[in-house]
Design a protein around this ligand. Sequence first.
Ligand SMILES: Nc1ncnc2c1ncn2[C@@H]1O[C@H](COP(=O)(O)OP(=O)(O)O)[C@@H](O)[C@H]1O
Ligand SMILES: [Mg+2]
Length: 395
Amino acid sequence: MTAIVEQDPVLAEVLRTASGTSASVLASLDLIEEHLRRHPAERVVVLGPSVQEESAAEFARHNRISRPSLGVILVRAKVDHAVLADALRSGMSEVIETSDSAGLGDAVRRAEALARAMAEETHQEPAVVGSLVTVFSTKGGVGKSFLATNIGAALADQGKRVCIVDLDVHCGDVAIMLQLTPLHSLADLSQLSGVIDPSGVETLLTEHSERLSVLAAPVQLGSPVPAEPIGTLLETLKAMFDVVVVDTSGMFDDYVLHALDLSDQLVLVGTLDIPALKSLKLAAGTLDLLNLPRDRWRFVLNRADAKVGLSTGEFEDTFGLKADVTLPTSRDVLTAVNRGEVIVRSDKGHQISKSLASFARSLTARTGTDEDSASSRTHSRHGAPRRGLLSRKGS
Ligand SMILES: Nc1ncnc2c1ncn2[C@@H]1O[C@H](COP(=O)(O)OP(=O)(O)O)[C@@H](O)[C@H]1O
Ligand SMILES: [Mg+2]
């Protein structure tokens, strides 16, 4: 994808039309570093005539070393020998005259193709390879979406770049819980025509707040979401974000199996009641059959209130797993959900927020960007699929 830097909005629109309408426009070069950090899939930057010569040259010189595959195209009112020589010396990819719209379109396409080829040639991957956390239980209403949204927001507040993916494709609640109106969703996956790469995936995302993006479930009921590309999609997101948090439907469907296959951590969610205990025990049996290593399991006991006839200890003993965190029922959770807020942000001092923030931190401490996990992730990315749960389903 392409970013255009131009102060004059009319001219910026002309450049955007020439470059491809999905290009982003920034009014000043001061905004570009933050933009590139947030959009690691950006492949080309077009510097419009309002960008000063020296700043443009400095930007190109800097990126020649720090982002060698980024194409930098300079647009000037008039291109003469001196402009061209300076531009080439500083490492611009091309210099185009403002009036040459067709030339700019061609230059952007050339720079994108070159960036893509360089990435393939050098097996260049984005600098950070993220971890994937799947929030799962085979029972509805236990708090999966509440946890996925709050864990995601807590991690973003802790400095991680986070994407929450709503794999509850028929009835996803992530967007509504975060008060988002997504323009794009998983339903648009088929529009990528089989090419699932960072620049395409980026177009499906909705930005919630700093460092927190969402890939929403379809907004319209009944919109089909193909299951087959979900594995590639999640792998791509893992390369784009520090942490990918996946919310799930409560079924062992193909979407979930793809997520489980790529999960660095699995957060199992239960509530302190017998039906939840029964469904967790059944889920654990299936996860064992699928060979999902137990050292990746985490367990959240939600609505773990006293005096409900079943104690936390009894639940843990029967389930065979100690809770990593227990959360009480609280009206404040419902209030936050009904306002489209995450309690970890709206009421940071709340006991539930503190417990969730520290649980979220523990998830990245285990597999975030630490070196131990980097090696295991590298193995799973470059080797055969780690577990191949989908192929094992039904065997
Ligand atoms: N600890 C809690 N205290 C009070 N309400 C909660 C708590 N956890 C979840 N809820 C509420 O329970 C409902 C179901 O939660 P949700 O996250 O949608 O469950 P799931 O995604 O597992 O179906 C939501 O309205 C949510 O606000
Ligand atoms: Mg849900």
